[in-house]
Design a protein around this ligand. Structure first.
Ligand code: SF4
Length: 69
């Protein structure tokens, strides 16, 4: 299963089967990555730079992004 979450600038790609639950995303950007929220990923609550930095820190590759054209 792959889920995508879009902002104006980027598309976040979430592959839950790869997640090792290291928790870096939820600790770094709790306004965006919140397991209590539905959807759990609310990318409108951070800047593009914050999103990119946090996604790049994901150790498992479960979170990636692509830039929108
Ligand atoms: S940072 Fe990556 S591996 Fe860690 S909980 Fe978030 S998605 Fe999963």
């Amino acid at each position: 299963m792959i889920k995508e979450y879009k902002t104006d600038d980027l598309t976040i790609i979430w592959q839950p089967e790869k997640c090792t639950h290291a928790g870096i995303c939820v600790r770094t950007l709790p306004k965006v990555f919140n397991l209590q929220a539905r959807p759990w990923c609310q990318p409108g609550n951070a800047t593009t730079e914050e999103l990119k930095a946090t996604i790049e820190a994901c150790p498992s590759g479960a979170l990636t992004y692509k830039l929108n054209k």
